[in-house]
Design a protein around this ligand. Structure first.
Ligand code: AMP
Length: 195
């Protein structure tokens, strides 16, 4: 199973990825996590990526494609993987295709968890208000302004890649605002060829 999971923060992508990792026994490959690990480890890639990540811009295609290429050649990715946060540009999507073709592999689907941006923001605003009322500090990811910036970045990135997968007939939509159980069964239906 080779899958791309697309969805903004708050859409339940993490929950679904964790479930799919268990169900299929394949790793979740998050370029954001890998880049953060590289920054922590102080590697060459980490040093190059840090300032770009701090500014909220995209790290170069060359760097992320290199990271993914190395990662999908690891033994645990031989039977498949869930890509999270990659590809974010058409150049990355094309590089991924070239890599997979070379390995005689193909993608099964690119699944996008569709969300209502306004509802997501109001969820975060409520959560921040509740935390403040309870005398707790508001977490960075519950700060509505920070959250809106993340959401805008997500829509910027997906706007670039979704048409690419739609044109290949690989893009599938799931209502990310539905219950966890409904989202799970919609994804399972797609992956079992029923959706
Ligand atoms: P994420 O955790 O996926 O939101 O990624 C955190 C940051 O890492 C992003 O804001 C980018 O700076 C960088 N990043 C992660 N994945 C990619 C990618 N596929 N292409 C370019 N930059 C990326």
């Amino acid at each position: 199973m080779r899958l791309i999971l697309l969805g903004p923060p708050g859409a339940g992508k993490g929950t679904q990825a964790t479930r799919l990792v268990e169900k299929y026994g394949i790793p979740q490959l998050s370029t954001g996590d890998m880049l953060r690990a590289a920054v922590r480890a102080g590697t060459q890639v980490g040093l190059q990526a840090k300032a770009v990540m701090d500014s909220g811009s995209l790290v170069s295609d060359e760097i992320v494609v290199g990271i993914i290429k190395d990662r999908i050649e690891e033994p645990d990715a031989k039977n498949g993987f869930i890509l999270d946060g990659f590809p974010r540009t058409v150049a990355q999507a094309e590089a991924l295709d070239a890599m997979l073709t070379l390995e005689g592999m193909a993608l099964d689907a690119a699944i996008e968890l569709d969300v209502d941006a306004e509802k997501l923001v109001s969820r975060i605003v409520n959560r921040a208000a509740e935390a403040a009322a309870a005398g707790q500090a508001v977490r960075k990811d519950d700060d509505p302004e920070v959250f809106k910036t993340w959401l805008a970045a997500y829509f910027r990135d997906t706007a670039a890649v979704t048409p690419y997968y739609a044109a290949k007939g690989l893009l599938k939509h799931v209502d990310g605002m539905a219950s966890i159980a409904s989202v799970s069964s919609a994804i399972d239906a797609i992956l079992d060829g029923r959706g």
